[in-house]
Design a protein around this ligand. Structure first.
Ligand code: ZN
Ligand code: ZN
Length: 252
């Protein structure tokens, strides 16, 4: 039997996570994954807030110099992360990237449109894995599992295992694609903007950029200044990345 804590934000977060899981498992409704993404992202934000709340409830408010009654806005994910870092609660870089990817996806859904993507499967596992690693870390003596329905918890672990298996398979395919005779230069491997894994091989398949995890072509373009790879549509008109453009602007 699952339990509830004395922490209201935690209970809210666990409920969002469960809702997200249920939506992911719902095959009867075509757009269920849309609500799953929103719910899991909400769970991430709430768990971060809960971590702050346990240190001191006042820390969840955006402006802690004002009286809470006057300004009850609470922190977003970026501020929450920064505060936690300052309080020596660290979240690894990989997890931060996972949260950011999920946030971007959620923003697109919230403000523009929802179209199902193959990569949603990886976002989901990715974000759930963040919670799986991070929540027990700040709960210290407790386990997240006791607050989640037994059936959902098993599903949640399956998602993660399944995801890790897919990453391993993709990595093996990358190794195949980039293996060349000694002395030759193999194709370059970069992080895929869609799934976030280092599984995108530049000109890896049929002379096109191919992500072995997403199993799809993802057109990339090289910034003419810093030589980093970016999604082709971002560099379409200028062939230079935003950072380099900005640096150029600063110089003028
Ligand atoms: Zn990918
Ligand atoms: Zn650049």
């Amino acid at each position: 039997m699952k339990r509830e804590t004395e922490y209201p934000i935690f209970n809210n977060a666990a409920d969002s996570l469960e809702r997200g899981m249920r939506m992911y498992l719902d095959e009867s409704y075509t757009n269920a994954h849309k609500y799953a993404i929103l719910a899991v992202y909400r769970a991430v934000e709430l768990f971060l807030k809960d971590a702050l709340y346990r240190i001191n409830p006042i820390l969840i408010y955006a402006d802690i110099d004002k009286r809470v009654q006057e300004d009850p806005r609470t922190v977003g994910y970026k501020e929450a992360l920064a505060r936690l870092e300052n309080l020596s609660v660290h979240i690894n870089e990989q997890s931060k990237k996972s949260i950011e990817r999920l946030q971007n996806r959620r923003n697109t859904i919230e403000h523009r449109e929802y179209r199902p993507f193959d990569s949603d499967r990886s976002y989901r596992a990715d974000a759930i894995k963040v919670l799986y690693d991070f929540v027990p870390q700040y709960l210290k003596d407790e386990e997240l599992s006791i607050y989640i329905d037994d059936d959902l918890w098993r599903e949640l672990q399956m998602f993660i295992l399944d995801y890790e298996k897919l990453v391993t398979e993709a990595t093996a395919q990358v190794d195949e694609l980039i293996s060349v005779p000694p002395g030759d230069y193999g194709p370059e491997v970069v992080h895929c903007p869609q799934c976030g894994n280092a599984t995108l091989v530049i000109k890896g398949k049929d002379k096109q950029d191919y992500c072995c995890f997403c199993r799809r072509f993802v057109a990339m373009e090289c910034c003419c200044d810093c030589s980093e790879y970016y999604p082709a549509e971002l560099l379409e008109e200028v062939s230079m990345c935003l950072d380099c453009l900005r640096a150029l602007g600063d110089k003028d």
